[in-house]
Design a protein around this ligand. Sequence first.
Ligand code: FES
Ligand code: FE2
Length: 406
Amino acid sequence: MELNQLNAPRALAAMEYERGRTGPPTDFPNLPDIPGGRYVDRDFLALEQARMWKRAWLYAGHVDQLPNPGSWFLTRNTGAPIIVVRDMAGAVRAFYNTCRHRGAPLVTEDSGESRGFVCGYHGWSYTLDGKLTAVRDRRDFVDLDFACRSMVPVRCELLGSLIFINEDPEAQPLMEHIGPMAHELEQYRLDELRLVDSRSYEVGCNVKVLLDAFLEVYHLKSIHQQTVDRFLDHRGMFITLWPNGHSRMVTPNRRPDWIDPGTIGMPTLSGLSDIPLKNNVSYHIFPNFVMPPSDSGIPILQFWPLTERTCKVVSSWIAPGHDPANPHPMWEKRIGNWERILYEDLQFAPQIQESLESRGFQGMTLNYQERRIYHWHEELDRRIGVERIAPHLRVEQVLGDQVVRS
Ligand code: FES
Ligand SMILES: [Fe+2]
């Protein structure tokens, strides 16, 4: 069933259909195995890094991290040190943290506030919008053109209050890239949501091992038996695959009137439709941004490759009506509960990695309800360029007809 914008009757019908079906829909293709080497092969991972991660739209942080003109923070999550800064005019920009003289870093702390950037090596100075303004002993440079020595910019665009960056200067604009999902996300008024919390975890597995876990609910009955499985019915889950590797998964609550008791009394977003209120909707912006909204707060997760066998998970919360100076007393417990669920996934991942590296792992056998994982891998190959990938590591492109394009 094709579903783009969430509409209650169609969503309920989709859940009914999923619960009642006795097999995948007849038009659903057989999913070939995902080659195991994609999780361990060094050359493949290098290709993935260069051709996909270095050219993808990636969440860098929240505008609350840049409260004033001159506020900045440093992110290394994309594998390069990048400064995200609010300039004097209030615009959010991003630059490589790399001096145009001999490449020293312009900032060495994780965050700060300044009127410009002064290199700690020989003192070259830049404005907040990256222009070179002063060079020590300028007389010793021949024909130095300041205009050609600005800090190198990184693409930087906003989704509400969420700052995304992309190291590819030619990247498609963010909202156009997100496509049909962008319109649906408007109901969550992301521009009004404040940053409540952000923390990160290092995990001993390839980044895709964890990413995969957040693209399906097939594992609820095993990994989350005592937590999520008690209130979500994975058999009624339906999926929408969007272009560019993005997707949405809607998993019904076991009881439609169920409300998380740990959120009662917290400020809420008004005007949400029943679908996000009475179900678990999880959005995925390719490659690594996962967001399951509720009316009283939204956890956002990113998964970052560190090495072939290690990754970092960043978990943050954004919420309506949040006052950082006076946070709602329930946040601590709520974030603790969330962390408990997260740990259920994280604690298993290093052992999965160990198993994947054995000869016993020959590939992944995905089912219909795991198709978002296949969609992710297909997109990875399209971004890398199928012809660049060794034939035994490619995934066949089979889901094209399942993608909702408008
Ligand atoms: S490297 Fe920055 S001033 Fe020399
Ligand atoms: Fe999980």
